[in-house]
Design a protein around this ligand. Structure first.
Ligand SMILES: [Zn+2]
Length: 417
């Protein structure tokens, strides 16, 4: 969609020009390593995830257990993850005489050991005011209960994120519930794969997350949080996770983006058994379109990869990728297709192992979105859902709709420009 290479170079020049006049707290372009991809290798890159045109202002990545100051009052922490996505970024914010933690890492002894090093080396005995979690996924919220316990500090989260996490922690059983297996069958998984899923057990979430306290402090989209001397606006979006919170500080134009914007990875957007008829891609695109109302020279502090400049470029690339892929999916539905059947339109390489579940959810998200546009219609046959194209896919109309959302946000959001 928008954001051809030339537009984007022009936009970058404007951004850099503006940055050169900014306050000294903001990192300078001269510090920018040219090879962004060398900073943050990852396995889930696809088209448009090459970091092209983004500026990565820091030429280092913190070691686990180390907190590196990046702008006044904000420290960058990196923790290992035991998955193909092998790291998460956390941030420590000075909150007056105390610290506020943003996200926590997954529940492993290794992460706890790194946290203990940070308690000693960085927090310096100062108390923790709040443990903020951007969303309920275990890499973000896994140790929130443990940290809250340790510091007698409240957890700050959206209501949806907190309640969903509490629910999932309590959901322990030996086998997946029947409706989960039906969900997989409906998406087109073979009987052998469904059987493998049955034997895989249930309750991974509870293992990856420390128990949460019974109460929390609620934040909601539109709230303004006072953190130290700064005002941070809560921007609540969905699609990757219900009730995902990003935080934006307009004075210095800094966005703590969670998983809502990542520079080199496309966040997973999945239909899940929790909402088997959900339309998360609609929510996801809506969120991306809203965030385009932020200033182009915003410094983005994401949960994976590295901090970067180039938010509009990145949002355009993320939106453009989905808009294009939806066309490919619609084409494949010329013959009625299951979620599994359309993998070639979405993923360039063979999907296997743990990624299979996420890929299925993502395929369903594209199909349900096209269904909501009236482009495909669902046909049920022996418990399997196939989607058949019944109308043309109008990419231009979709782009126009998203542009309208950005425009509305510019007119109404207090943080917009
Ligand atoms: Zn996430």
């Amino acid at each position: 969609m928008t954001g051809s290479a030339s537009c984007f170079v022009a936009a970058q020049n404007i951004i850099l020009e503006a940055m050169s006049k900014l306050d000294p707290e903001r990192p300078r372009r001269e510090d920018t390593p040219q090879n962004a991809s060398a900073l943050a290798p990852d396995h889930r890159r696809g088209a448009g995830d090459d970091g092209l045109g983004l500026e990565f202002p820091f030429d280092f990545v913190p070691e686990p257990g180390e907190a590196r100051p990046i702008v006044a009052g904000i420290h960058w922490v990196r923790m290992p993850l035991p998955w193909s996505l092998d790291h998460i970024n956390l941030y420590l914010l000075e909150d007056g005489e105390r610290w506020m933690l943003v996200d926590t890492g997954v529940r492993t002894d290794e992460t706890k050991a790194h946290w203990r090093a940070i308690f000693d080396k960085t927090l310096g005995g100062r108390p923790v005011s709040r443990v903020l979690v951007t969303h309920h996924h275990p890499d973000h919220l896994g140790l929130a209960g443990w940290l809250a316990d340790h510091f007698s500090a409240p957890i700050l989260a959206t209501r949806t994120a907190y309640l969903l996490a509490r629910t999932l922690i309590l959901d322990r059983r030996d086998e997946p519930p029947a409706e989960v297996l039906e969900f997989s069958h409906r998406a087109g998984l073979s009987a052998a794969m469904v059987d493998k899923q049955r034997k895989g057990g249930w309750g991974l979430f509870a293992r990856a997350v420390h128990p949460l306290p019974v109460g929390y402090r609620r934040m909601a989209g539109g709230d303004v949080l006072k953190i130290g001397e700064s005002d941070w606006h809560v921007i609540e979006t969905s699609g990757h996770a219900p009730g995902h919170a990003s935080l934006y500080e307009p004075d210095r134009k800094i966005l703590l983006s969670g998983d809502q914007i990542l520079p080199l990875i496309s966040s997973n957007v999945s239909v899940t058994p929790t909402e088997p008829d959900g339309n998360p891609l609609d929510e996801w695109l809506h969120g991306l379109a809203r965030l385009r109302a932020l200033p182009a020279d915003t410094l983005v502090l994401p949960s994976h990869n590295a901090p970067f400049y180039g938010i509009i470029t990145r949002l355009d690339a993320l939106i453009g990728k989905h808009v294009t892929r939806l066309g490919g999916v619609a084409d494949m539905c010329g013959t009625p297709a299951t979620a599994i059947d359309i993998f070639p339109a979405l993923f360039r390489r063979r999907v296997s192992g743990l990624e299979f579940g996420m890929a299925t959810g993502e395929a369903l998200a594209h199909l349900h979105f096209l269904e909501s546009l009236g482009v495909v219609r669902r046909q049920m046959e022996q418990g399997v859902a196939r989607f058949k194209r019944i109308a043309d896919y109008d990419a231009k109309a979709l782009v126009a709709r998203l542009d309208t959302i950005t425009e509305q946000e510019r007119m109404t959001a207090p943080w917009a420009v």
